[in-house]
Design a protein around this ligand. Sequence first.
Ligand code: AMP
Length: 283
Amino acid sequence: MDVISNPLTIFSQLDYLRREGKRIGIVPTMGALHEGHLSLVRHAKQACDISVATIFVNPSQFGPNEDYQRYPRTLESDLQALDSVGCDFVFTPTMEAIYPSGYSTYVEPPRVAERWEGAYRPGHFRGVATIVLKLFMLVPAQVAYFGRKDYQQVAVISAMVRDLGVPIRIEACETIRDPDGLAMSSRNRYLSESERVRALSLSHALHRAQMMLDAGHRSPSELEQGMRDVLLSAPVDSIDYAVVVDPETLDPIESIQRDAVALIAARVGTTRLIDNRTLVRRT
Ligand code: AMP
């Protein structure tokens, strides 16, 4: 496994391999890796000749009162984990390489970025779109792997790539969960034992939404109330949103006529967690 910090070096090595006909898959991450991240690398390895993980804690996607400073940085164990799954390249750019002094260019994110995370984390998707586009230019990959765990992020990046004509395919991969259902997240390590128990209510609430749909409830607001009931009985400390929306536009819907997606953001202690589930209309 090659670990490379220099943008010119990673670009020229991968550009050479691409010209030789190799298919390159990129997995952008902020490190503090867990099985969710590693599953993306496995997907890349399966479908591509060369897998590239990137590790960069991107300051521009954190709000001023968010956890940029305390975000876990575990480079040594991240590199071991990537090596153990057979990742070929790791790109670990420096801050100066990504945001040279005087940096002032940002991507204006697409419309699908406006609601939910976009509303509760102003500027977040501007930072995400900017770093992802920059990584796509430095790592000449044909395919990029993202987790559905960050459902709106996948929608934002897919729209950006479509709108700007970026020559890369976006693959969305399933959310990896702990055996009890908690969606894996780098932020789970902030949770105390008792907070972790309360955090399970997110996946339970999503399960409740599917149960209600299966039982014939077609009204998003009924399902949303059902999810809130589960979250508040845990209890979580606050709910940013718990909604059932159109799976593509993420706009609210009046009634569930086809598949929909349930999105939740809630705080447990000081930790903000997100999770989602595609709601399948079976009847
Ligand atoms: P992050 O390091 O949190 O920026 O995440 C990097 C990538 O890993 C993103 O595409 C995430 O959606 C994805 N990811 C994070 N958690 C999971 C998970 N539990 N299952 C699958 N993918 C995940």
